[in-house]
Design a protein around this ligand. Sequence first.
Ligand code: HEC
Length: 141
Amino acid sequence: MNQLVKGLSILGLSLALPLAAHASEPDLGKGAKVFKKCAACHTLGDGEGNKIGPNLYGMFDRPVASAADFNFSDGMTARAAEIGTWTDENLAEYLTKPRDYVPGTNMSFVGLRKEKDRVNLIAYLRQETGAAPAAEEAAAE
Ligand code: HEC
């Protein structure tokens, strides 16, 4: 690679990275607001109890439907092995339309139609449930 091209591509990379990070940066405050839709049924903190839905502390990278002392629906239990563990991606799918992603789920929630709401909420959930922020996790890999 000649020096000019090399120099340009390094410059391009260093300019593109902060821009990309900024454009997709989730808003935790907005995420907290979105969580109000979930708070009737879910707690997030370590050791907090289950409500209508399970406590979500530690849910990221944990197998689906494995929260302690919670009686999951047959639909959720049946789907759990296919989904595997909760990630940002499959959680976003579940939250878009819970009943489509997990047929027979007991979670009576219509879904989050807006991608922004899902992104902000998932970042907030990571923070509140003791998971590494997505960016740090990626950097650590
Ligand atoms: C009306 C009550 C209710 C609302 C509102 C609700 N949930 Fe749930 N949620 C449940 C129930 C009940 C389950 C268990 C589902 C099953 O067993 O089929 C569940 C399951 C889950 C699970 C799977 C947990 C695990 O350990 O596998 C996640 C994640 C989740 N909910 C997140 C959310 C989020 C985020 C919101 C808000 C956008 C939300 N829920 C809104 C009742 C609710």
